[in-house]
Design a protein around this ligand. Structure first.
Ligand code: RP5
Length: 240
């Protein structure tokens, strides 16, 4: 079975209930080696996978050990909480184990079309539309990260201290490996009409572009599993 067909089958399985990590097995940044194929049934660590021998990869950027990266030499390599990914090491992620991020989910009603819209950015690294999220700096409060990242990537200044947390946990990020993975806090703010009318967007930092998209577009094909976070924001808020 080709990789593509297999990926399609998996995504369909996912729609019907069990949802194993998928982009962490079938997508990767271009600098990573090919992932070893991990079939659905062999994702869990407690299932035997005789011969499993994924390539080990740590990006040269991480090996230079910038302030956000941990040393390469550690006594324990934590195991991905969602199971096998087909690549060992840390890839592009700086920390062994969880790497913490925050994702602002900002919605508005378009004053001209009366449609619900979501604020997204185009990521520089992979040219995919995504929530304007980013990494939590050392010692930073998550509400501060949400405000800072939104300002840096979309040029919008919003206070997230009263925002509703809709998701906390694992991100099915294409950078994840067997030993390093993304976790996030996604919080939702819906802008009242007067505020959204004054909110001009300016792409910056890691974003090539920032824009509002109709909510139906946002519910599929965003980076990692961001579309799922958006669904949660809508499903848990009867007013939006
Ligand atoms: C995703 O990567 C998170 O959900 C967040 O959107 C993003 C953080 O990483 P960078 O944008 O800082 O690369 O896993």
């Amino acid at each position: 079975m080709t990789r593509l067909l297999y990926a399609l089958l998996l995504s369909l399985t996912c729609l019907h209930g069990e949802c194993l990590h998928y982009k962490a097995r079938f997508e990767k940044p271009s600098e990573y080696p090919e992932r070893e194929l991990v079939p659905d049934a062999l994702v869990a660590w407690d299932v035997d996978f005789p011969g499993y021998n994924p390539p080990y990869y740590v990006s040269p950027t991480v090996l230079k050990q910038p302030s956000w990266a941990e040393p390469e030499e550690v006594s324990i390599h934590p195991l991905n909480i969602e199971g096998r990914t087909g690549i060992a090491g840390r890839g592009l992620l700086g920390k062994w184990g969880p790497n913490y991020a925050a994702d602002p989910i900002v919605t508005r009603i378009n004053p001209e079309t009366d449609q619900l819209e979501l604020l997204v950015i185009l990521r520089k690294d992979c040219q995919q539309w995504a929530l304007p999220g980013g990494m939590v700096d050392k010692g930073e409060r998550v509400t501060r990260t949400l405000t800072r990242e939104l300002q840096e990537e979309a040029g919008l200044a919003l206070d997230f201290s009263e925002a509703r947390i809709v998701y906390q946990g694992y991100v099915d990020d294409p950078r994840n490996t067997d030993n390093a993975w993304m976790e996030t806090t996604a919080s939702h703010l819906h802008l009242p009409p007067e505020q959204s009318a004054q909110s001009a967007l300016t792409a910056g930092d890691d974003a090539l572009s920032a824009r509002w998209i109709p909510i139906n577009e946002a519910l599929e094909n965003l980076y990692a599993n961001h579309s799922e976070f958006v669904k949660l924001a809508l499903n848990t808020n009867p007013n939006k």
